[in-house]
Ligand binder design. Sequence first.
Ligand SMILES: [Zn+2]
Ligand SMILES: [Zn+2]
Length: 150
Amino acid sequence: MMEVQITCTSCGSSIEVLPDHNATKVECDVCKHVQPVKFTADHEAGNLSECPVCSRMDFYKQKDFNRKIGVTLFLIAAILSIWTYGLSLVGLYLVDLFLFRKLAVVAICYKCRTNFRKLANLSAIREYDHEMNDRIVYSDHDFKGKPLSH
Ligand SMILES: [Zn+2]
Ligand SMILES: [Zn+2]
């Protein structure tokens, strides 16, 4: 099922939720700020077309690389490479290639930065676009899910 990570607008903490069309709000564990959400059956099926937090339709995807795990794995591989003549580093490269690059991709709402994981329609989400980001964040432009056109 799709996993949603909302950033609390009040204190900036992450709020992890699963889509539920009966839920109309989520509460921040840290500051108790209540955030309205609007989940649909589409969300429950793992399809992202409209943001449950801000109702925008513009998202980008990026690799969901967990920095801490990455650094730890690299250190282990580097130490092991003394005995494996560097083979562990090759192994790490392969793990990185298959695990992180292929599986873990996160979709992010340009407007409210809500993160979405395990999407069914990930292929429909486009790569990050710097110009779109600037226009949404600084000029509050709404692309309504359409790609940037000049
Ligand atoms: Zn909060
Ligand atoms: Zn949003």
